[in-house]
Design a protein around this ligand. Structure first.
Ligand SMILES: [Cu+2]
Length: 495
């Protein structure tokens, strides 16, 4: 907080100097009419797909009026109207905040207690007093929203003064971010692991009801490193959903009352607007329900599609839905559910403590962690996948991303069959298969030799960032397939 205050002070100083230098020039600049923001979505557009890059923050316009005691501000995706406010320091003012957007927003005046939160279509009101004259950054404090354009300025004028006309620039996320990790709350553990869903035994279509709850949970990403995940049902990935081609799926999505932000769901198995996300934006404490028919068999990613979508995915909001073909998938002895994700944390790589999401690293696609099932070591050691020699094995492998494609490989195995990109057709005898962000595959093989087999992303720099799982195969040796004649003297290697 202290560092932040210093930043604000520095930033105000710079702003005042700028005001002195160019204030006079700016004074004669005619206000540009602001008609709701370039970032406002066209009707029918998909909320999940509005990218901040397409929605530059509108220019902050000079004050058009004197100090006001009653202010009205409207929020949409992604802006405030107006985005410049003026009040008299020391005098109470009433602020009415209307959210005309499709997701929850707030209006927070940084460095003050001024904050109002409004769900979509709702209005919030409060009376506040700002004692100290100055310029204050106005933001929507919901993660990602200020960066998308929801920022402005509030000028508190002193007695007898008029406001400076040079608007200051609110601090960027980078400036506001602190690299000081917070202490990890006592009792913080790894997230629980999601189970693989059992095969479908039905031979006729059914109505399948799926209930999911979005929850924000602080858990360990690695030993000594914690992160506040955003999840479906408290796991990363979320629950594996398994239905049959031709089934009707009824999805109820609840957003925990403890959540800080709106969440949603987009199923890649859905044929319909936004994969469901268009009608499933759910504010904290609320719920949405929709139905879809599973027309196409395959393995499909689902994910949260609330802007900034990449932020939600980078916090763990993804899972798989498998749509079995009408005749079902061939029976195997073992099935596993594994998803890869890339995570972006404030601070230095490996830094201990509770760390926040780092927007700049995410935009630069430079993750601190690339992991399978939510954390480093989630599927190794006592949590390793297990099989017996001779077992047939199927791995449902998906990539949540948000950014990184996986070169999925099992060290010491060859995939007998791969459903590339989750397709119905199979390829045989594959060493490494590419799985795109927002994509999935099903790989099948039979184990023949006992040992520990590593699942990796063969972009092996990511092994150092956590992308590894173990498959431990137990059973009799099979010297016909593999035997040691003379072990090398350099110790054991993984590859
Ligand atoms: Cu979300």
């Amino acid at each position: 907080m202290r560092a932040f205050s210093v930043l604000i002070a520095v930033f105000l100083g710079i702003a005042l100097v700028l005001a002195a230098v160019v204030g006079a020039t700016m004074y004669f600049v005619r206000p540009v009419a602001y008609v709701g923001g370039q970032g406002v979505m066209a009707p029918g557009s998909m909320p999940g797909m509005s990218m901040p890059g397409q929605a530059p923050a509108p220019a902050v316009q000079p004050a058009a009026s004197a100090r006001a005691s009653e202010l009205q501000v409207t929020a949409t995706e992604w802006g405030f109207t107006p985005n410049r406010l003026e009040v008299a320091a020391g005098s109470p003012f009433t602020l009415t905040f209307t959210n005309k957007g499709s997701i929850q927003h707030d209006l927070a005046v940084t460095g003050t207690s001024v904050k109002l939160v409004a769900d979509p279509g709702k209005t919030a009101e409060g009376t506040f007093t700002i004692d100290k004259p100055g310029e204050y950054a106005v933001i929507c404090s919901i993660p990602g929203h200020a960066e998308a354009g929801m920022k402005g300025i509030l000028v508190a004028t002193g007695a007898g003064q008029t406001a400076a006309v040079q608007p200051a620039t609110p601090p960027t996320a980078e400036q506001a971010a602190t690299t000081e990790a917070k202490p990890i709350p006592a009792g913080t553990q790894r997230l629980p692991l999601p189970a693989v869903a059992p095969p479908i035994t039905r031979t006729t279509p059914a109505l399948v009801k799926v209930e999911l709850e979005t929850r924000e949970v602080t858990a360990l990403m690695a030993d000594g490193v914690a992160y506040t995940y955003w999840t479906f049902n408290g796991t990363v990935p979320g629950p594996m959903i398994r239905v049959r081609q031709g089934d009707t799926v009824e999805v109820t999505l609840k957003n925990s009352p403890d959540s800080k932000v709106t969440h949603s769901i987009d199923f890649h198995a859905v044929t319909g607007p936004g994969g469901g996300a268009k009608v499933m934006q759910v504010a904290p404490g609320g719920q949405g329900v929709f139905r879809f028919k599973a027309l196409n068999p395959g393995a499909y990613v689902y994910h949260c599609a609330t802007p900034m979508v990449a932020h939600h995915i980078a916090s763990g909001m993804y899972g798989l839905i498998v749509v079995e073909p009408e005749q079902g998938l061939p029976a195997v002895d073992r099935e596993y559910y594994v998803m890869q994700g890339d995570f972006y944390l404030t601070g230095d790589r490996g830094q201990q403590g509770l760390r926040d999401f780092d927007m700049n690293k995410m935009l630069a696609e430079n993750p601190d962690y690339v992991v399978f099932n939510g954390s480093v070591g989630a599927l190794t050691g006592e949590h390793a996948l297990k099989a017996r020699v001779g077992d047939t094995v199927r791995i449902f492998f998906g990539v949540g991303g948000p950014n990184k494609t996986s070169s999925f490989h099992v060290i010491g195995e060859i995939f007998d069959r791969v459903h590339p990109e989750g397709a119905s057709e199979t390829l045989t005898n594959v060493q490494t298969t590419m799985v795109p962000a927002g994509g999935a595959t099903m790989v099948e093989f039979q184990t023949q030799v006992p040992g520990t087999y590593m699942l990796v992303d063969h972009s092996l720099g990511r092994l150092e960032k956590g992308a590894a799982a173990q498959l431990v195969v137990e059973g009799p040796a099979n010297p016909d397939v593999f035997q040691t004649i003379q072990e090398g003297n350099g110790g054991s290697g993984g590859h």
